[in-house]
Design a binder for this molecule. Structure first.
Ligand code: ARG
Length: 457
């Protein structure tokens, strides 16, 4: 069949070239935005007297009919169309005759695709922000329950200082709050209308771009028509924000995987979010967490693809830009799926405080507090640090922990040690004393929880 754009050429193309060129199999996702954009365009054309009011009404009613039919399934996409824009225009013209052919006045697919994509992605941003909130809510509810469950805090994956499980979870809640912030920042720059930029240079018709922008709930219009149809920085920004989000989810997943192992056993995952092995009967694998970690690479890949596609193309529109959609759609879908499975996995995860506590009792994670004990008795920190280190070495040599040394053994290292040191180095005291803002004490974690709750309300 000859193409809608036949004229300059016969419009008869090779079928392999057609398949290669067409984007309808993925841009059909944007049909609602495409149709809404066209309705606003028809309204503007009528308001400006570029077409008659009656024609505008006919076009809007026709578009509404197509929207309803696609929604209900009464109308199916014609995969032989080049893209969603051509499809909608073709159906409209089939249904309305010549009036349908007026819709594309003072417009190009170049500004059309840009407006569709911005509208589509701003909705996706809202959806993803909501899903991040669900994950934060799951973290907060676990943090509330386990705000005094002592576990080892790590640096270099070596036991470092005692913290609470609630404090650890709230660290991720804080990261995710920033992810929401990055997304809303990105949405703000995305929500500017390119419609009316036309092919690249604007138009000779007396259009009202601001009316169209208002109709489509954009905050503003793009002020340079070449820029309006050429840039995809909003896709790159979104893919970048999603990459950062995925990096956070991946680190969290990695910890869940470690915690669920027999080596740690800090948590037990619900059966619903694990799988078995086809050969090893004892296995309970944290596949969901592993997949989130794995899919992070995919979202990074989408960001790289977008950056690379854009880097070498001259202004204004080039067909390379059609490649934007599969990448950004994939990034958005992948992040959404990960968030959807993560929230209930966190909600149903059963922390095991006894095991956390047991791990915290080994590894001398109160050695800093032992040094601080001496500092409070006026010994300079470096000297106190040295004594504490020597006591740790003695314990290691004798297979003991700091709490097991007698007071006379302590006094061999410093006369400043008194009986009250045992209370000072108990794990509970170590945690409770860390009252600095943002620290691990229960009070501080409670303050963090209140802050985060107020942010996701
Ligand atoms: N399917 C195209 C895309 O996604 C729409 C814009 C086509 N414009 C053009 N001049 N061929 O980029």
């Amino acid at each position: 069949m000859s193409k809608m754009w036949a004229g300059r050429t016969s419009g008869i193309t090779d079928s392999i070239a057609d398949d290669f060129n067409s984007s309808i199999r993925f841009d059909c996702k944007m049909y609602r935005q495409d149709i809404r954009g066209s309705m606003a365009h028809a309204l503007m054309l009528g308001a400006q007297g570029i077409i008659t009011k009656d024609e505008a009404d006919t076009l809007i009613a026709g578009l509404e009919g197509i929207l309803n039919d696609l929604d209900s399934g009464a109308l199916e996409f014609d995969m032989s169309c080049e893209d969603i824009h051509m499809f909608v225009e073709q159906v409209l013209t089939e249904r309305l005759g010549d009036v349908g052919k007026k819709l594309h006045t003072a417009r190009s697919r170049n500004d059309q695709v840009a407006v569709d994509l911005r509208m589509y992605l701003r909705d996706e941003v809202d959806e993803i922000s909501g899903l991040i909130r669900d994950v934060i809510a799951a973290l907060v509810s676990q943090a509330e329950k386990y705000k005094s469950a002592i576990m080892p805090g790590y640096t270099h994956l070596q036991r470092a200082q005692p913290i609470t499980f609630g404090h650890h979870l709230m660290a991720y809640a804080m990261m995710l709050l920033r992810d929401i912030d990055r997304l809303s920042d990105c949405r703000r720059r995305m929500n500017v209308s390119p419609i009316g930029c036309c092919a690249l240079a604007g138009t000779t018709y007396n259009t009202d771009r601001r009316l169209e922008a208002r109709e489509l709930a954009f905050d503003d219009i793009m002020l340079n028509s070449l820029d309006g149809v050429s840039d995809r920085d909003y896709c790159i920004e979104l893919a970048s924000a999603l990459s950062t989000l995925m990096m956070h989810l991946s680190r969290m997943s990695e910890e869940i995987i470690l915690w669920a192992s027999w080596e740690f056993k800090f948590v037990e995952l619900s059966d619903a979010y694990t799988t078995g092995s086809s050969i090893m009967p004892q296995k309970k694998n944290p596949d969901m967490a592993e997949l989130i970690r794995g899919k992070t690479g995919r979202v990074y890949g989408d960001l790289m693809a977008l950056l690379t596609v854009l880097k070498g193309i001259p202004l204004a529109y080039n067909k390379d830009m059609q490649e934007d959609k599969e990448s950004i759609f994939d990034a958005v879908e992948t992040a959404g799926m990960c968030l959807k499975v993560l929230a209930p996995m966190l909600e149903t995860m059963k922390p095991i405080p006894e095991n956390m506590k047991r791990a915290a009792q080994k590894g001398f994670i109160n050695a800093t507090d032992l040094a601080d004990y001496l500092v409070k008795k006026n010994l300079p920190f470096r000297s106190a640090y040295k004594i504490s280190g020597q006591l740790v070495a003695k314990c290691i040599a004798e297979g003991k922990v700091l709490e097991e040394l007698t007071i006379s053994e302590y006094k061999e290292f410093s006369e400043l040690f008194e009986e009250d040191l045992y209370n000072e180095i108990s794990l509970e005291t170590c945690v409770e004393k860390r009252i600095s803002e943002g620290g691990t004490s229960v009070k501080s974690v409670e303050a963090q929880i209140e802050y985060v709750k107020s942010k996701i309300k």
